[in-house]
Design a protein around this ligand. Sequence first.
Ligand code: SF4
Length: 425
Amino acid sequence: MEGIKEKADYCLNCKVKPCSNKGCPLHNEIPDFIKEVKEGNIDKAYEILCKTTVLQGVCGRICPRQKQCQGSCVRGIKGEPVAIGDLEAFVFDKTMEEGNSLSKVWSEEIKENKKVLGDKKVAIIGGGPAGLTAAAFLAKGGVEVTIYEKYDYLGGLLVHGIPDFRLDKKIVKQTVDNILDLGIKVEYGKVLGKNLNLDDLEKEYDAIFLAFGANCSSKMGVEGEELDGVYGGNELLEYDMHPNYEGKVVAVAGGGNVAMDCARTIKRLGAKEVKVVYRRAREQMPAENKEVEEAMEEGVEFLFQNNIVKITGENKVEKLELIKTELVQKEGDTRLSPVNVEGSNYIIDADYVVMALGANPESFVKDLNLSLNKWGNIEVNENYETSRPRIYAGGDLAGVRGTVAWAAFSGREAAKKIVEKLKEA
Ligand code: SF4
């Protein structure tokens, strides 16, 4: 508690609370929970956090806090921001240690809400951050919830997309158990389009929330992308399909957290050299600064303002042709755009290339009879409703920004909208 007390005391409890209003996607009541930590009221701090989130232990550890809550902290203007993430994680850990839980905190509300919606049933497809959060807030709303999950575990990318060195799986298990303790049912090994279909679910449930993610890595569209040795970053992490990297040179294309997770994992798995190729400058990287710094300390190299234009090799990756870029301000663009510098091409050796440039939903989504946007994400309105009545969607499947907190936000808000709709019915 020593270090924690100091961290909490450092908070100014600002009235305007930009950390919460501007920085935190979930709008966690940051100064209020920190105030309780200052006074040693951890149960109260946990209760305050539970109003807006059920992923305290996870978000406290892996949120890109420099770009979210801590990036907006008033303390950060002249010095270090308040360590909001550490404090949130502390509250969760202490809560678990002391046996408090969501079901205890919400018990009265759930009892009351069940009187109104106790006969309503909602199915959730996918048990990642969006699905788990929606499940919890639906259960809080008094609804009976069943999660249909592809794997034999819940957590989604929290388990298979984020390496252990960034998120201890014990925290994910505690988080999942805490949520399931609300009385949520789970059917494991269920895959939409294989042993599960929307038409059947529609008959059985009052509403359905789709949250099974978008895990197919985007391609660059460059020559040689089909060669052996080119991997998608999401698939590499999700299916643990790493080749033997011993003595090999690996290029990772991208600048987000998936790129950092891939680069650091591959380096730890014994690659001789790992080079991150990113089109823009370091300041524009979507990955959190801490992740970039740690990757650098671990020996990952960065080729900023470089772009892959061609991958070559007999049958497998052997070389990459790169080109340098310059950053220009294009009319109407909010950020600098990379433009290839003509004649600056050069060749590097590489054994593997990992594409970590974003991800799209799986192709079976096209067969669900739902409107999709131009990127293949399920289209939703401001209430998270899809084009099919009573079917909602959230998380990156619905094109929500790719951080855990944003996915959780969509799950929470969709749950609220579903509860409102069920009350009207
Ligand atoms: Fe505390 Fe920083 Fe939020 Fe102010 S902005 S309330 S100092 S965490």
